[in-house]
Design a protein around this ligand. Sequence first.
Ligand SMILES: Cc1cc2nc3c(=O)[nH]c(=O)nc-3n(C[C@H](O)[C@H](O)[C@H](O)COP(=O)(O)O)c2cc1C
Length: 156
Amino acid sequence: MSKKLVAYFSASGVTKAVAERLAKSAGADLFEIKPKTPYSEADLDWTNKNSRSFVETNSPDCRPKIANTIANMDEYNTIFLGFPIWWYVAPKIINTFVESYDFSDKTVIPFATSGGSKMGKTCEVLKDLCPNANWEKGKMMNRVSDKELKDWLSQY
Ligand SMILES: Cc1cc2nc3c(=O)[nH]c(=O)nc-3n(C[C@H](O)[C@H](O)[C@H](O)COP(=O)(O)O)c2cc1C
């Protein structure tokens, strides 16, 4: 059977809210990618070059641990993957996620929220890490209306 999943990471709730709307609209299951060590406010301080998020972003091999797993990944063939944009790309925990499962024959559709940045090279980076998946074009979801969401979803 063909099942859909919305998997997302959200540090401050913006992507979470979009993921919940998306899951409801798509009739998809919802999975929150939870960091083993949650991000504190200080960790998220993008003005501080010593902050955890800054250091992780600038460490190519960094793969923050994920606290939870999807036991029934085999059942899903369409996965919407959501995250905030951090310094123009996905947070490194998304790299951990795409390397944690076998996405062969699965369609992965990235979506993101940001303060204004677009996807940039985000999807290319993720594709390189997980070439077996069938990657669809990513979508920015800043201030997306219910109608826009529904129209976009109708192709999946
Ligand atoms: C560490 C960090 C880096 C960020 N880098 C960018 C960026 O490069 N471009 C941008 O438009 N917004 C950036 N933002 C803003 C977030 O993308 C935006 O607030 C997002 O909606 C937060 O989603 P969340 O609440 O699901 O974590 C950054 C935020 C943080 C915490």
